[in-house]
Design a protein. Structure first.
Length: 94
């Protein structure tokens, strides 16, 4: 996943934010993040990938550790997919 810089909304103007809601997606989340990243690099846009973990109990957070410098990770207690798609910006975790 070369070419991606650790971006925060405070430091950079973004063209696109991709929000990925996740609940117990440990088995597939790494591949999804890699594929989204690859497609966005091809587009040549400034982007961020935000993964909102909606209370996973399967180790989703651990599976995302290799991507820690490429994504924003947010955890919330299980509140459903609608809440995961509209995360509160006050609870980011990396």
């Amino acid at each position: 996943m070369e070419g991606v810089v650790d971006m925060t909304a405070d430091q950079r103007v973004l063209d696109l934010s991709v929000i990925i809601p996740a609940l117990n997606e440990g088995a597939s989340i790494g591949d999804l993040v890699a594929r989204v990243n690859k497609r966005l690099l091809v587009l040549g846009v400034r982007f961020e990938i935000v993964v909102v973990d909606d209370g996973s109990t399967d180790g989703t957070a651990v599976c995302l550790q290799p991507y820690a410098n490429r994504i924003r990770y947010m955890y919330q207690t299980n509140a459903g997919s609608a809440a995961a798609r509209a995360p509160r910006s006050s609870s980011p975790r990396r």
